[in-house]
Design a protein around this ligand. Structure first.
Ligand code: MG
Length: 397
């Protein structure tokens, strides 16, 4: 039944580990490409690889068992060679005739000391790391965590002839998704007990056994769509693009180092501020937070808070990059303009761009840093202070 299970899989797994069982054993017939839809590329990367990327990026999981139909295992091995094998996947097992049987095969392949399991459909490549973490955390705290969204359409119950018989009260309905996280011991017991009684998902089985499941109504459920038809893949192929701008200014004073984009620039004055007053970093962070609609740096790193006193703004930028990853965003490009009469910044531009790129975890070609004077006009021109502007384009999906 199983293939490619790593030897000694249980070794080195800490108590309380959380693993995923990723189910991709269906045929995906509605998709109509003649092969399993999870191997279908969305903008150059398969649905399955995107799904595994998101699980790994959550940081909430110690491993994953991938459940494929027997005939897809060789296909997966080729895919892993092409797109890179995700190290989270520790075993690949063959699924059964139904989804329920496939999940059970996956659960049985988990190491004995796994505490929490998140069962996830590989056809949901857009589950955000934050959503995955919320589900796993809920399972740790209350035994289960199942992502759910309100239902927008009115749902009617139909009879065998397709005639609508009854409209259901929408405010008492929700749509549930995956990853569905549970305590492994409980979920496994429910599966074994109801192995002969079909259920549409693990939440339904768990409910049958224990009465209720805990729903995780997370904003990221909105885009956690299931790829079912080529149309879904097509619309998912359009990444969500968002733009943000940032502007900041600081006063120049004596007795402070001048730090711009993390570079200590030799000068007789430095910028005054609670942190290192890196005006360029601040403008860029505001652009990124603005693009995510998360307010500004004052909201996240308040200057009244002593923990940010003298802190490197590059460190704060790193944290903003973490927020972007959490929300599933990546940076398309950013452009930063420093407005300063003196000193000459050109010799430092390359190092500045490097620092920003490094903090954001992107290639240096993603970042542009430039500087201008104001020909002696205004506070920058008079040397009273410096300002900076930034624009950032981010994408998701
Ligand atoms: Mg500032």
């Amino acid at each position: 039944m199983t293939a490619g299970i790593a030897n000694g899989i249980a070794e080195g797994i800490a108590n309380g580990a959380a693993w995923a069982v990723v189910v991709a054993a269906g045929r995906g017939e509605r998709f109509g490409v003649g092969y399993n839809k999870v191997f279908h590329p969305i903008r150059g990367r398969s649905v399955l690889s995107r799904c595994l990327d998101a699980l790994a990026a959550s940081g909430a999981l110690d491993g994953a068992v991938l459940v494929l139909s027997e005939r897809d295992i060789a296909f997966y091995e080729r895919l892993a060679q092409r797109e890179g094998a995700n190290p989270l996947v520790r075993a690949v097992v063959a699924g059964g005739a139904s989804r329920q049987q496939s999940v059970l095969s996956g659960l049985r392949a988990l190491p004995g000391d796994v505490r929490v399991v998140a069962v996830h459909d590989a056809a949901r490549p857009f589950a955000s790391p934050a959503l995955i973490r919320a589900c796993v955390q809920s399972a740790r705290e209350v035994g289960s965590g199942v992502p759910a969204t309100p239902v927008r359409d009115t749902i009617h119950e139909i009879d065998g002839q397709g005639r609508a018989r009854r409209a259901l009260a929408r405010d008492r309905l929700c749509a549930v998704q995956t990853p569905q996280a549970f305590l492994l011991r409980q979920l496994l017991a429910a599966h074994e007990r109801y192995a002969d009684q079909p259920a549409t998902d693990d939440a339904a089985l768990y409910q049958r056994a224990y009465g209720e499941v805990h729903l995780v109504m997370h904003p990221d459920c909105e885009r956690n769509i299931k790829i079912t038809t080529p149309r879904d893949a097509e619309s998912a192929a359009q990444p969500e693009m968002r733009v943000g701008t940032g502007h900041d200014a600081h006063r120049l004073v004596e007795g402070r180092p001048l730090v711009l984009c993390g570079v200590r620039v030799p000068f007789e004055k430095g910028l005054l501020g609670h942190s290192d007053a890196d005006v360029a970093c601040h403008a860029l962070m505001d652009a990124l937070l603005g693009a995510m609609a998360l307010g500004d740096i004052g909201r996240h790193f308040p200057d009244r808070d002593p923990q940010y006193e003298g802190i490197s703004s590059i460190e704060l930028l790193r944290r903003v990059a973490g927020m972007m990853r959490d929300q599933g965003y990546s940076l398309a490009n950013a452009d930063v303009t420093i407005v300063a009469q003196r000193p000459r910044l050109v010799p430092h531009m390359a190092e500045m761009a490097q620092n920003l790129a490094h903090a954001l975890g992107v290639g240096v070609e993603t970042i542009n840093v430039k500087a201008t004077t104001t020909e002696g006009m205004g506070f920058e021109g008079e040397g009273l202070g410096m300002s900076a502007q930034a624009a950032a384009l981010i994408r998701r999906g």
